[in-house]
Every structure is written in structure tokens, then in C-alpha cells.
Write a protein that binds this ligand. Structure first.
Ligand SMILES: *Cc1c(COP(=O)(O)O)cnc(C)c1O
Length: 385
């Protein structure tokens, strides 16, 4: 489990180096990715399906023909931007900015904005939520404010969000829609209250992070036309290309043109660009995979919810949040037992008080999901106090 940012890091460091690095860097911890070789990997919301062999061959030939000796030419990015806009339904007045994953877009957004008085500004996000919003804010010396979600149903606490927005006049408000790790969509009234509060400030962007959009029943995309202060961020990671690193930010054309100035000119390699173009040409295959995952999710929620002492929340994403015990120790024991049986999920019990005793798992292939249920049954038996 990650330690809090305020604890000193144990990494050794020469005094000259320590005197040179920023406090935020010295105090932070590298993002830990656990080893997964030989395990059924259900910890990072990856798509379990590979490309069909014919498509693999076709993609290989496309990639082999790229000019790897050249910097990416602007027309290549332009082609992908147009393909993404088409994929998104091509509404007039909108444009898209490309990031090396959404993670890069989150970092670039922090660099692009400021507070009302010219300070680096405040970033607000509900919690528990995606860690990168806070990481990026802190590294950019922004004030990060996490507002707790409502206990039990994990909806936005609209009153608390609106109060924080009035008080801090944030430069960025992130709403992951669906949220990670709680996998839910916020209620429409609460979202509207948050948007109205930001617009009333006359300052700041509301960023809807729709990374899990392929699995969700609703989107906030239609809000893009209503205000230049609305942005929607999406990614090909959960869609099925986590290894490719391609995120994109949708907004009104003039807004995107401004924020795009912060982007390093060659941030997307020709390999990423071509893979993404290829995937969009074959989006029917990815849509087919997403449908299987949504069907599997419903089955899995039913099976997991029927296990003794397990609470399983409904999901609008390709992940499921479940409580396997009352304490962090109980969650750690079940997590360890699953790992011993060859199944890797994420123990998020320590990430936030509302997640006490909780694990988060990815919806895998039908076979992986059956193994997961069997192993979880075994883990619950073995760790029963
Ligand atoms: C997985 C995830 C992302 C994706 O980040 P990439 O850098 O595009 O892989 C973004 N936001 C949330 C909430 C996520 O869970």
C-alpha cells in the first residue's frame, strides 16, 4: 500500500542531490506496479482480449512501413485527431488534443491553468478517486482538495462539492465518470450542481474523465457544447490498448487550441499514432469485446454478491468494488490468498476510510472470471476468523 505523501521517503540520496530536488519530489513515492508474471492479472482494468491473429498481422505490416527515422509529422497527428472526432460523432465546434495516455493530459492540464489571483490554483476531486489528479496537482504546487463521496452509495456529496468550489475557486474540478475505484456514475442532479458552481465562479474547468466510457450507460459529452469551461477526457486504455498510451481531451475548439500549446510537440510516437488509427478502423472488434465484458460484469456481480460476507457494488465500468471484511487486515488476507492461488487483484482497503475492507478487481475473460470466483470462495473460507 502506498504511504502518504507527507512521510519521508526512504530512498537514499546524496546531500547535493537532496538540496537540488524539490521537496514534493523527495517526499513522493514512485507509482508501484506489482509484478504479475504468471498470474491472472485482474488489478489494472486491462481488456483481457488480444487482437485476432489476422488483425495482428495487418497491424504488424502497417507498423513496419512507418518512417521510424523521422519525427512524427503533423499530418499523422491530424489524421488521428480527425478519426477520433469522427469516432466521437463529429459535433461542430469541438476539437481534440492528444496525450501519451490520459496521465499525460492530467499533467499538462495542471501546467496550463492558474488560480484566480495568478497562483498555481486549486484542484478539486471527489474521494476515493483516481490518484493521478492529486499527484499532478502536488507536483505543480497546486492546492489539492479531496471532497469525500457519500458513504454507502458513493454518489457526489453535492453540498460539500459546491461549498468547496465556492471557497477555493478551483482551476480544475475532476469528475471521473464512471469513478475509479467505486465504478459508479454520479447522479445527474449532483453533476449539474457541480457544473453550475464552477460556471458561477467564472473560473476553472470541469474535466469529465470518461476513461471507462465503453462500459458505461451514460456520458457527459453533450455538456461540451454548453460551455467553454467543460472538458471531456477519454483514453484508448480501457477500450483495449493500455499498452499503446493514447489519451485524448475533447473541448471547444478555441479552448483546445490554447491548452494544446503546453503539449510537447512529439509526445505521441508514430507507433502509438498508427496503432490508434488502426484500432479506430477496427472499432467494431473492440465494441464486440466491450459487449462481452459488460455481459461478464453482470454475471460476475451476481456471483460475487452471492458469496458469504461479501458486499458487491453495482458497476458501470470494467471493474468491480467489493468489501470482503470489516478491516484492512481482512482485505489483506483475502488479497494474499488470491495471490497465492494465482489471481492478482488490487487491495484498496488502505486508500481511503470509505474503502475499509475493500478489494477492486477487473472484469476478465469468461474463463478468468470463473477462476476468480472459485479462488475467492476458497480465500474467504481460508481466512474466516
Ligand atoms: C485508467 C484510468 C485512466 C487512464 O489513464 P491512461 O493514462 O490513459 O492509461 C484515466 N482516468 C481514470 C479514472 C482511470 O481509471
Amino acid at each position: 500500500m502506498k504511504k502518504s505523501a507527507s512521510e519521508p521517503d526512504a530512498l537514499p540520496c546524496a546531500p547535493e542531490v537532496a538540496a537540488t530536488l524539490r521537496e514534493e519530489v523527495l517526499a513522493s513515492h514512485a507509482y508501484a506496479v506489482p509484478p504479475s508474471t504468471g498470474l491472472i492479472k485482474l488489478d489494472a482494468m486491462e481488456n483481457p482480449f488480444a487482437l485476432p491473429a489476422v488483425l495482428q498481422d495487418a497491424l504488424g505490416q502497417r507498423l513496419a512501413r512507418l518512417a521510424l527515422n523521422r519525427y512524427p509529422e503533423p499530418g499523422h497527428q491530424q489524421r488521428l485527431r480527425e478519426a477520433l472526432l469522427k469516432h466521437e460523432g463529429s459535433a461542430a465546434g469541438l476539437d481534440v488534443m492528444l496525450g501519451n495516455g490520459s496521465d499525460e493530459l492530467i499533467a499538462l492540464l495542471s501546467q496550463a491553468v492558474r488560480g484566480p489571483e495568478g497562483s498555481p490554483g486549486t484542484v478539486i476531486a471527489p474521494e476515493p478517486g483516481f490518484v493521478m489528479y492529486g499527484v499532478s496537482a502536488r507536483l505543480n504546487r497546486q492546492n489539492y482538495v479531496g471532497v469525500p463521496l457519500r458513504a454507502d452509495d458513493f454518489d457526489l456529496d453535492a453540498q460539500a462539492m459546491v461549498a468547496a468550489i465556492r471557497q477555493h475557486k478551483p482551476a480544475l474540478v475532476y469528475l471521473a465518470y464512471p469513478n475509479n475505484p467505486t465504478a459508479n456514475l454520479y447522479s445527474e442532479e449532483a453533476v449539474a450542481a457541480v457544473v453550475d458552481a464552477v460556471l458561477a465562479n467564472g473560473h476553472g474547468f470541469v474535466v469529465f474523465d470518461e476513461a471507462y466510457q465503453p462500459f458505461a450507460s451514460r456520458s457527459q459529452r453533450a455538456r461540451l457544447g454548453t460551455s467553454p469551461q467543460i472538458l471531456v477526457m477519454r483514453t484508448l486504455s480501457k477500450f483495449g490498448l493500455a499498452g499503446v498510451r493514447l489519451g485524448y481531451l475533447l473541448g471547444q475548439t478555441e479552448v483546445i487550441a490554447q491548452i494544446d500549446k503546453v503539449r510537447p510537440p512529439y509526445n505521441i510516437s508514430v507507433l502509438n499514432l498508427e496503432c490508434a488509427l488502426f484500432a479506430l478502423e477496427h472499432s467494431a472488434e473492440f465494441a464486440r469485446q466491450a459487449q462481452i465484458i459488460r455481459d461478464q460484469r453482470q454475471q460476475l456481480v451476481g456471483l460475487l454478491g452471492a458469496l458469504p460476507r461479501v458486499r458487491c457494488w453495482p458497476s458501470q465500468a470494467n471493474m468491480i468494488l467489493l468489501r470482503v471484511g470489516e478491516t484492512a487486515e481482512a482485505a489483506a488476507a483475502v488479497h494474499a490468498s488470491l495471490r497465492e492461488q494465482g489471481v492478482l487483484v488490487k487491495n484498496i482497503s488502505g486508500a481511503h476510510p470509505l474503502l475499509q475492507g475493500c478489494l477492486r478487481l477487473t472484469v476478465g475473460s469468461p474463463k478468468e472470471n470463473l477462476t476468480l470466483v472459485r479462488c475467492l470462495h476458497q480465500a474467504l473460507d481460508a481466512t474466516r476468523q
